[in-house]
Design a protein around this ligand. Structure first.
Ligand SMILES: Cc1cc2nc3c(=O)[nH]c(=O)nc-3n(C[C@H](O)[C@H](O)[C@H](O)COP(=O)(O)OP(=O)(O)OC[C@H]3O[C@@H](n4cnc5c(N)ncnc54)[C@H](O)[C@@H]3O)c2cc1C
Length: 374
């Protein structure tokens, strides 16, 4: 049986595992990164790449804000294929309920130290002329970014490997313990710290840490980028995030650098089928046209689906699980945004170092509640 030895063995080369690897290497630790598939090829390849300061709880928003600051530092050093760019977000509303949600969102952003500016209906039209008239106003969050997360993961793995501190180990992990990883190939990776960052499959290697899939689908519309200047999303998206309905949908678009428009996003509970469903794609396109009439007639040039890794209370798991294995996961629909923060917080804990934000809300020990309903 072959054996390899590192300071840190990480299973999962999605954006979260790679963020942990980056932090570990920054601290001078050697890393063995195990993945059975391509780097960034899991849920990370399906994500929209909106690095956004939002949260359905103060703890989720605090992590998003903290992580967004880390993206602001890393982003300018990324290669152009990473698509990192300041995009800003315009949240829009159409009902009285939305109006109240816009106000609450502004208050919670302000409490978390995130700058935003309320927009009247006229100001929304000035910022986003492509939107249909009839809205109740909006909120501009100028500090949000867009990024192509799989390219970031690939770039970081390549540069950390070149530096000689990281080795990519293409293999399936079968079991983890506090001293290493057993591989399906029969080999073993020994390490002082073992990290489970396997996204939606986290619970299969750490059964004490519940993660369930929340499916999401996106559509790419050709020649649509000119319809939006920022990332534009309906504020109702923020309530759909916690919906337990089998299917919910919220208007959310991101202009792409190649001239296309990335359109989201659906949320589905109770399914782990990763395939694109034409009926959901049609519904997303219809909803987009309600908000952006100019989208009518644009060709659908692509679609993709992925499984968001969700915890029962919608907060991530960052810390040690019961078996002494470290976990970083359950970041659901904010995994790209929160990846850098999760990586920093996990390595802080490994090294016994104080973190910049309180870590208690993310610790795996906070709850052993059974997974509710998917
Ligand atoms: C439609 C959609 C839109 C989204 N939009 C956004 C967005 O705009 N902003 C945002 O912040 N987030 C967004 N997200 C969420 C984000 O994409 C995820 O939270 C994030 O990508 C999860 O990353 P991860 O590294 O935890 O998991 P993954 O990317 O799935 O990585 C896990 C890796 O582990 C590997 N693996 C699993 N089991 C094993 C094993 N036993 N052995 C070896 N390897 C294994 C897999 O091959 C995979 O590469 C979106 C998600 C979806 C689906």
């Amino acid at each position: 049986m072959s054996r390899a030895r590192y300071d840190v063995a990480i299973v999962g080369a999605g954006i979260v595992g790679v963020a942990v690897a980056r932090e570990a290497v920054r601290e001078g630790l050697s890393v063995g990164l195990v993945d059975e598939g391509p780097v960034g090829g899991g849920t990370t390849s399906a994500g929209m790449g909106h690095v956004v300061a939002v949260g359905t709880s103060a703890a989720e928003l605090t992590l998003a804000r903290y992580s967004r600051e880390l993206w602001a530092t890393l982003g300018p050093s990324l290669p152009s294929e990473a698509g990192f760019r300041p995009i800003g977000t315009v949240w829009v509303g159409r009902t009285a309920e939305d109006r109240a949600l816009l106000d609450r969102t502004r208050a919670s952003l302000s409490a978390a130290g995130v700058a935003s500016r309320p927009l009247s209906a006229e100001e929304v039209t000035r910022e986003e002329p492509g939107l249909a008239a009839g809205g109740v106003g909006g909120l501009l969050v100028p500090g949000d970014f867009a990024v192509h997360a799989p390219a970031v993961a690939r770039h970081l793995v390549a540069s950390l490997s070149e530096g000689g501190r990281l080795q990519l180990l293409p293999s399936r992990a079968e079991a983890l313990d506090d001293r290493g990883v057993r591989l399906a190939s029969g080999g073993r990776v020994e390490a002082r710290y073992v990290v489970n960052a396997t996204g939606v499959r986290l619970s299969s290697l750490s059964p004490e840490v519940p993660v369930v899939p929340r499916k999401g689908q996106l559509v790419l519309l050709g020649r649509g980028a000119a319809l939006a200047r920022h990332q534009v999303a309906e504020v109702g998206y923020l309530s759909s995030v916690r919906s337990s309905d089998p299917l919910s949908m919220a208007f959310n678009v991101q202009p792409q650098t190649d001239g296309s428009l990335l359109v989201g996003a659906s949320r589905q509970n109770g399914t782990s089928d990763p395939s694109v469903e034409p009926a959901v794609i049609d519904a997303l396109v219809r909803r987009t046209r309600e908000f952006l009439p100019g989208a009518a007639g644009l060709p659908v040039v692509g679609a993709r689906a992925g499984l968001r890794p969700a915890s029962p209370d919608h907060l991530p798991w960052i810390g040690p699980d019961r078996s002494g294995v470290w976990v970083a996961g359950g970041l659901e629909g904010l995994g790209i945004t929160a990846s850098l923060g999760a990586g920093r917080l996990l390595v802080d804990q490994m090294l016994g170092r104080a973190s910049s934000i309180p870590i208690a809300p993310y610790l795996p020990g906070r709850s052993r509640a059974p997974v509710a309903g998917g």
